[in-house]
Write a protein that binds this ligand. Sequence first.
Ligand SMILES: [Zn+2]
Length: 212
Amino acid sequence: MNIQTPASIAAPQASTLQRPTREEAEAAVRTLLLWAGDDPNREGLVDTPARVARAYEEFFGGYATDPVELLARSFEETDGYDEMVVLRDIRLESHCEHHLVPIIGRAHIAYIPDGRVVGISKLARVLEAYAKRLQIQEKLTAQVANTIETVLKPKGVAVVIEAQHQCMTTRGIHKPGVSMVTSRMLGAFRDDPSTRREFLAMIGSPRLGAEG
Ligand SMILES: [Zn+2]
């Protein structure tokens, strides 16, 4: 399959940005340690800049993954299967682009195939490719849904994400236990209330159905 990545879901063109060296990244972490009020040279912190640089490679590994490519290998032998495919309770780990702190939650992804299906783990990997970038939850939700729609051209796509933002729970207004819920419904999930209700019942979130 030859698929053009639309600009709306394309990764930022990192090649046009000057990537610092590892030494420069570690120096920046030392600056932040000083800013926090501590001594970067004390024993417990001396290796922290190197650890943080490595952790960032893991937290933000999604920039190196093309989500469109992940879905490109699809299967057309579905034996006529055209019912909803739902992947629910996928663990979500991302980072807020405003404060660089974790967003932790779960995602539910569904689509109704139109002659083309993918291995179910690919849906989780698309989520991960976008989650391992600096994010806001609304954009993450839309990117996952739009990518599935663009590549698989299904009859419908639904993505619901429920997550806690540590920038809300550990700083600012300090509201632990508050989850943010975002959803993106396309095709049949948007147009057909019974399809949407069926999906929301499957993920145990009928409240969203009442709103929509
Ligand atoms: Zn934040």
